[in-house]
Design a protein around this ligand. Structure first.
Ligand code: ZN
Length: 198
């Protein structure tokens, strides 16, 4: 399943404080790292992302993202620290945070993650206003000549995947629509908009 035709393994780390749920921590990331053959993309839904940077790097995480609303004034320093540890630095916002909060970090982040549901629970419905945020961010990136990828997380499925791609998202995170599918590899191929090749 870990290969399953996906490009990345997206790991949602929840601390029970920034979000009410607790998902998993480093023992699980470590276990995944031993069998993963595709890059790990860690999404930290935690109040102190700076505390996780070193461990993520040690475990071979290639992409590490955290929430701008959790980091506040520390955002720039954490992005720089993630890069200094050899990982791609990603910045995330929840649906209730204005997309403009990301703009000061264009050039400091390697990718941006727009939450299209509220962080912390699986199986939620896609929030359509997320498309406006993707569009606005894509426009701002373009106006500054920056081609940082936009990742979307939450409620991504076969119905909205093409629209998301057309709007400017280039990394689609899928949970339920893949894991609840009878044939997960087929579900990934459908999201990709192509035929199954694995
Ligand atoms: Zn996530």
């Amino acid at each position: 399943m870990l290969n399953g035709c996906a490009d990345l393994i997206h790991l949602d780390v929840m601390d029970g404080t920034f979000v009410p749920n607790i998902s998993f921590g480093f023992p699980v990331i470590e276990a995944v790292s031993k069998i993963a053959t595709i890059p790990m993309d860690a999404h930290l839904m935690v109040v102190h992302p700076e505390r996780w940077v070193g461990r993520c790097a040690e475990l071979g995480v290639k992409m590490m993202s955290f929430h701008q609303e959790a980091a506040g004034d520390e955002t720039g320093a954490i992005l720089a620290d993630i890069r200094a540890h050899g990982m791609k630095a990603g910045l995330v916002i929840n649906p209730d945070i204005p997309v403009e909060n990301l703009f000061p970090y264009i050039g400091q982040a390697d990718y941006f993650l727009i939450m299209s549901v509220f962080a912390g629970f699986g199986g939620q419905k896609f929030i359509p206003e997320s498309l406006d945020k993707i569009k606005a961010l894509k426009k701002e990136l373009g106006s500054r000549g920056n081609d940082a990828p936009i990742e979307v997380d939450g409620g991504v499925n076969a119905e909205n995947a093409q629209l998301l791609k057309n709007t400017g998202a280039s990394i689609l995170v899928a949970g339920s629509s893949v894991f609840n599918a009878v044939d997960p590899a087929e579900a990934i191929a459908t999201l990709r908009g192509g035929t199954r090749d694995c």
